[in-house]
Design a protein around this ligand. Structure first.
Ligand SMILES: Cc1cc2nc3c(=O)[nH]c(=O)nc-3n(C[C@H](O)[C@H](O)[C@H](O)COP(=O)(O)OP(=O)(O)OC[C@H]3O[C@@H](n4cnc5c(N)ncnc54)[C@H](O)[C@@H]3O)c2cc1C
Ligand code: FES
Length: 294
């Protein structure tokens, strides 16, 4: 079938390769509890294959006998070739993945989808601006931050990392935030509900955007979190002068095949397993995500 709509990519070849339609077995080699309900797993391929991916992409992870879910790669490609995934325990499959221990086997299909388009060299033009909010997620962005290595100082390539979380315990990857801060990135945190010992601001992540001293025409924003928060962040960025095509959001929908075949992840003309999850927030997409807040 042909289409005249330039937003719809041509059909893909049938997904038959191992690792795309058939999970590759991986062993859990490290497990780290990030918070009360969030666990990071580091996975090694049992057949020693190496996965090539870009930050922002996702894998379909399967817990044997339970099911399969989409999970972002939560680090950039590393010399040890391990895959890093960070999972919140919210349902049957995520619970089984979070409960898996060192030595357990996890199925991996992927990588799938689009990525954050992080410039290869620090200082390649853009000011970058990572925003994460709502429940303190951000696995999808962590790889982009580690690839960009928190470049700070002035001029092009400056990095702003703005994090909103429900409460201080929900702020993930604090070691990374400290490291990026040490490297000169502008790191700012805010929470919805503060414990007594919290010394930082309380409020929405949009207040951090309003205060951040970035150069709007040079800024590219990488946003992940609940859609309401991403829409409000985008509105604040646009009000500051950032072009919508420079605002990237990571969208989550029901992923099944991951390869553009089943249609479960459709959003308007987009299949988000293939055309997303990272998409530029152009006006057509803003319409699809809801107009009520403009
Ligand atoms: C591109 C993409 C990337 C993703 N990356 C990650 C990731 O890095 N880490 C991760 O933990 N999950 C991620 N998800 C979500 C993940 O795919 C599952 O939806 C989630 O793990 C729940 O699956 P489940 O079968 O365990 O729970 P389900 O049985 O599907 O859901 C149980 C309950 O939790 C709610 N729920 C579902 N998903 C979430 C959620 N993300 N947060 C809060 N409540 C939820 C459901 O509405 C339901 O009430 C991603 C999804 C997509 C599409
Ligand atoms: S998950 Fe099947 S088409 Fe996207």
């Amino acid at each position: 079938m042909t289409t005249s709509n330039p937003r719809i990519a041509p059909p893909l070849a049938p997904p038959l390769a191992s690792g795309v339609s058939v999970p590759r077995l991986h062993r859990v080699v490290r497990r780290r509890r990030e918070s009360l309900d969030v666990v990071s797993l580091e996975l090694a391929a049992m057949d020693s294959t190496e996965m090539s991916f870009r930050p922002g992409q996702f894998n379909m992870l399967s817990a044997p006998g339970v099911g399969e879910v989409a999970v972002s790669l939560s680090d950039a490609p590393r010399p040890d070739r391990l895959l890093h995934h960070t999972i919140r325990d919210v349902g049957a499959v995520s619970h089984a993945l979070c409960a898996s221990d060192v030595g357990d086997v996890v199925g991996v299909r992927g990588p799938f989808g689009s990525h954050w388009r992080v410039p290869e060299r620090a200082g390649d033009g853009d000011g970058a601006h990572g925003i994460r909010g709502g429940g303190g997620g951000g696995g999808a962005q962590r790889g982009a931050g580690n690839k960009k290595k928190g470049r700070g100082g002035g001029g092009p390539g400056r990095v702003f990392v703005l994090v909103g979380a429900r409460d201080p315990d929900q702020i993930l990857f604090r070691d990374d935030l400290d490291r990026w801060n040490g490297l000169g990135a502008h790191v700012a945190l805010t929470v919805d509900h503060a414990a007594r010992e919290w010394r930082g601001p309380v409020g929405l992540v949009t207040t951090l955007i309003e205060r951040a001293d970035f150069d709007p025409p040079r800024t590219r924003a990488l946003i992940c979190g609940p859609e309401m928060m991403m829409r409000q962040s985008a509105r604040t960025l646009v009000a500051k002068g950032v072009a919508t095509r420079r605002i990237l959001v990571s969208l989550e929908r029901n992923m099944q095949c991951g390869t553009g075949w089943c249609g479960h992840c459709q959003l308007g003309p987009l299949l988000l397993c293939r055309d997303g999850p990272v998409v530029a927030l152009d006006p057509a997409l803003s319409d699809l995500l809801g107009q009520d807040e403009r």
